[in-house]
Design a protein around this ligand. Sequence first.
Ligand SMILES: Nc1nc2c(ncn2[C@@H]2O[C@H](COP(=O)(O)OP(=O)(O)OP(=O)(O)O)[C@@H](O)[C@H]2O)c(=O)[nH]1
Length: 624
Amino acid sequence: MTTMESLIGLVNRIQRACTVLGDYGGGTGDNAFNSLWEALPTVAVVGGQSSGKSSVLESIVGRDFLPRGSGIVTRRPLVLQLHKTEEGTEEYAEFLHLPKRKFIDFALVRKEIQDETDRITGKSKQISPVPIHLSIFSPNVVNLTLIDLPGLTKVAVEGQPETIVEDIESMVRTYVDKPNCIILAISPANQDIATSDAIKLAKEVDPTGERTFGVLTKLDLMDKGTNALEVLEGRSYKLQHPWVGIVNRSQADINRNADMMLARRKEREYFDTSPDYGHLASKMGSEYLAKLLSKHLESVIRSRIPSILSLINKSIEELERELDRLGRPVAVDAGAQLYTILEMCRAFDKIFKEHLDGGRPGGDRIYGVFDNQLPAALKKLPFDRHLSLQSVKRIVSEADGYQPHLIAPEQGYRRLIEGALGYFRGPAEASVDAVHFVLKELVRKSIAETQLKRFPSLQVELALAANTSLEKFREESKKSVIRLVEMESAYLTAEFFRKLPQEMERPAVANSKNQTASPSPATQDLYGDGHFRRIASNVSAYVGMVSDTLRNTIPKACVYCQVRQAKLALLNYFYSQISKREGKQLGLLLDEDPALMGRRLECAQRLELYKKARDEIDAVAWVR
Ligand SMILES: Nc1nc2c(ncn2[C@@H]2O[C@H](COP(=O)(O)OP(=O)(O)OP(=O)(O)O)[C@@H](O)[C@H]2O)c(=O)[nH]1
């Protein structure tokens, strides 16, 4: 195999693989991947209707094989891959959509193109961007790939949708817009070149004429006494590549079923004997055009190989990264499935702990509960109201009953304190709830940060089990903090009250330093408002002390019962559930989101294509 054959062949193989993956030049563009196709040099045949596109293609191939008829015959792109074979070998054609079937009879090729067109577009005369791939193996061709596109029209005819004119143009544009597309612009010589659809479009997308090959057909149909030298010698419209004139079979030849090889010979003769074009004869005709294109395509491919390779390498990296993210496909046997599940649980557990212990955010919010929420709630408790003068008087006298207290209202103190301590339940329970919600949120977050999102059923089940555990921890924690509050009511710190008389007298002592003779104010208004105010302030001081204690002990209870338990045993409940499952049920847990499975498959296929392409390029690119 020569370099030329292998380079064009390589691009052919990559193009075919792209089509299999639904990634083709005229594609819909909703493809998230870089289109490899777009990086590949292609030759697109464009021209107005009846400009002679089919005829040019057929004479390049040397066979009749394209559908003919009135209206828009080419309604899907035809990717025509020509492979030169050894002299004397049999010619045959093959379609990508019918692998393993060799077409020897080219009339059947024509029929298959028609049928395959209709298969996608229906008989509706609609057009479709999905290409048909046809390979022709023949000693009479050069290695070349051409894409035949629907002919540009100006008006819709019988039964065609109104939009057909624009539809065709935009389909053709998706090909010729690409900087890697070589444009084979077909114009008939018996028409003013200024009105050529092909040249109009080429001018727009390739103003410098670098990638446009101008082809002039129907030279034989020009009016007697006129010639196309202005065009062919590049004066009418200048292109970087020389114009090629062509003489195809006439309609009469076609009707007569004139042989293609004979037509080629007649074309040769036409130029060789032409008084107008004799001096250009060696650079005219369909055979010359085919060789010219083949050589050009090969050199373009060669020059693009580094950029194609770098695109392929970049895509391979992207795909591998995406596959890593999507995860490997799930194992089928129960043991491996259980292993996969446990592995994911471990990963989840690790991430969850990192959120709590630091390294990942979120655990600090629990400290926020203890440092802000709890102290603020404690501060807001309505002790002022509970210990207002009125309320203290009422509670103390109710506690005294018919016998007012003599010195200190023992019962009154108890009732006031017990009443006040009841208020601590609220903030205690609220702290437990707040910690619970932080933990729950961290479970959610941790799940999102693992592979678990791949498996919706497993994810739901695990979240459910984790939350059930958290709920249990919350209950325990509530019991504990309530117990802390109740313990404070159950036994009051006697020492505090033993100290009281001294403290009551402290202001008096202080006073006595200055006014030695005056009696202590404490004794003065023993049963007046001052007495009750003092009781209120004593109770308030005691309650403040309890509040300080609880501010320290409630967090300990929450951490002990909830946070520590979550770290130790969050998934225990899940594990006990899982161990009861049979193999089949395990498999169900690992049911993946179908969209995700599809995506993985797509990535894997594409990765394989790109890797194969890379290997092939490596194998041929440096052969000289
Ligand atoms: N005499 C002569 N007739 C030609 C030449 N090229 C094409 N024709 C005729 O022009 C008509 C249209 O040619 P096609 O090759 O079918 O043109 P097309 O651009 O493929 O047409 P659509 O597929 O309908 O868009 C046919 O009858 C051909 O025989 C030529 O160089 N000389």
